[in-house]
Design a protein around this ligand. Structure first.
Ligand SMILES: Cc1cc2nc3c(=O)[nH]c(=O)nc-3n(C[C@H](O)[C@H](O)[C@H](O)COP(=O)(O)O)c2cc1C
Length: 201
């Protein structure tokens, strides 16, 4: 059975445009193949991922046998996030742009799933990602229009981060210019919807 992990990162939970587009894709995907297990991880609102600090990172790098109960809890939380990624065949990500970057909770999520020896390893040839064989779809919602310009700080970063973990098959769908006018918003969402229908077909 295929497992699909939907990661939402909007401060507006499932009502965010990025979450809606991601859910639209998941619905189309399920229509084509109803035998799919869907797991939803809301990193921003339902269970916001805490920022990585020295204490949390310290827990990651402490040997298992030396961890305190508090450190074990930190590692167990990170392990649970990683386990969802490991189990996923398909990853669907809602990606809002806030102040020219990814939502801070999504960055915190990335910080909790990038673990040496677990999701990537260092080799003589450099780092090697361990989360291979996954397809990923990213639904980017933005008030302005930046794709293909130096102001698009998200696409390269998200692609690079996923590649670092071994996830190389990544498709982006953009809904850009959403803050420009109601009319353009409808047109933009309809265009993204058409792309979603095509992708899931
Ligand atoms: C705090 C905040 C900061 C934002 N910063 C940007 C920005 O830097 N560039 C941009 O194009 N849109 C920006 N926007 C608009 C959002 O990208 C747009 O509302 C998008 O729909 C957010 O995704 P969401 O609806 O899934 O939350 C910002 C919106 C908010 C609320």
């Amino acid at each position: 059975m295929t497992t699909l992990l939907q990661i939402n990162a909007s401060m507006n939970n499932s009502h965010g445009q990025s979450s809606r587009l991601a859910s639209q894709f998941v619905a189309a995907f399920l229509k084509r193949d109803p035998d799919v297990k869907v797991v939803v991880r809301d990193v921003a609102t339902a269970e916001p991922v805490p920022h990585l600090d020295a204490e949390r990172f310290g827990a990651f790098i402490t040997k298992p046998q030396d961890r305190s109960p508090a450190q074990e809890a930190v590692v167990a939380y990170s392990d649970a996030l990683i386990n969802e990624l490991q189990q996923a065949d398909v990853i669907v990500m809602g990606l809002p742009m806030y102040n020219f970057g990814v939502p801070s909770q999504l960055k915190a999520y990335f910080d909790h799933v990038a673990r040496a020896g677990v999701t990537f390893k260092y080799t003589e040839q450099g780092p090697v990602g361990l989360l291979t064989g996954k397809r990923t779809y990213v639904f980017a919602a933005r008030g302005g229009v930046y794709a293909g310009t130096p102001l698009d700080t998200q696409t390269g970063y998200v692609r690079d981060f996923l590649r670092f973990l071994g996830i190389t098959d990544v498709t982006f769908v953009y809904a850009e210019g959403l803050a420009i006018s109601t009319q353009s918003k409808e047109t933009i969402l309809a265009k993204a919807g058409a792309e979603i229908a095509e992708l899931a077909a």
